[in-house]
Design a protein around this ligand. Sequence first.
Ligand SMILES: Nc1ncnc2c1ncn2[C@@H]1O[C@H](COP(=O)(O)OP(=O)(O)O)[C@@H](O)[C@H]1O
Ligand SMILES: NC(=O)c1ccc[n+]([C@@H]2O[C@H](COP(=O)(O)O)[C@@H](O)[C@H]2O)c1
Length: 199
Amino acid sequence: MEIPSEEVVTNGGKTTLTNRLIKALPNCCVVHQDDFYKPQDQIEVGEDGFKQWDALESLDMDAMVSTVQAWIEEPRKFARSHGVNVRPNSKEPVPEEIHILVIEGFLLYNYKPLTDLFNKRYYLTVPYDECKRRRSTRHYPIPDPPGLFDGHVWPMYLKYRKEMETQEVDAVYLDGLKSRDDLCHQVFEEIQNMLFNCS
Ligand SMILES: Nc1ncnc2c1ncn2[C@@H]1O[C@H](COP(=O)(O)OP(=O)(O)O)[C@@H](O)[C@H]1O
Ligand SMILES: NC(=O)c1ccc[n+]([C@@H]2O[C@H](COP(=O)(O)O)[C@@H](O)[C@H]2O)c1
């Protein structure tokens, strides 16, 4: 059983990469961190004057850990209940059935009970200008109020990234400016190698 993951500055391309990986990998389930946002009325307004959508406290991280634990305990059952067709691994000579969970989110490495669960961590980055450009075209369930990116999103990203680096979380940095194909190819190759080295 393997649990890769990806994290990124918002709009770095993690959903895009995740969608490609789940098509390419055997018995692959996915957990999206966005699904663990607390209800909107529990998202507090911070000192920066904005609702704290980019703060760890706005996510139910314990529920997210429980979901990952459920996959660890019974990956087949998890896959079936999430509509994933369990198929035998086609690659020889891996002897046992392989199950993979991809966890996708923008704050995966600042909550130790979750960070510790991963076999492999990826961290997608894009520079400020590109991130802001991509973000300006996105539609979230709650639209960004004016000034959110510079007043909240980017400062929070820098804060959590620094915290993660201080904790020396072991992650492979991916350049989100690379093409979608290149990124998918790189991660796919690494996961393949990891699976073979385990066998
Ligand atoms: N490698 C890439 N190069 C250029 N644009 C990309 C790339 N990956 C994703 N995008 C675009 O960037 C935007 C955000 O991508 P998305 O995968 O939703 O990011 P995230 O899930 O990290 O917020 C989308 O418009 C998407 O088409
Ligand atoms: N999914 C939601 O309900 C919701 C609401 C408001 C903002 N957001 C934004 O989503 C971002 C994280 O998701 P992405 O990494 O996909 O951009 C955060 O920067 C946050 O500001 C999400």
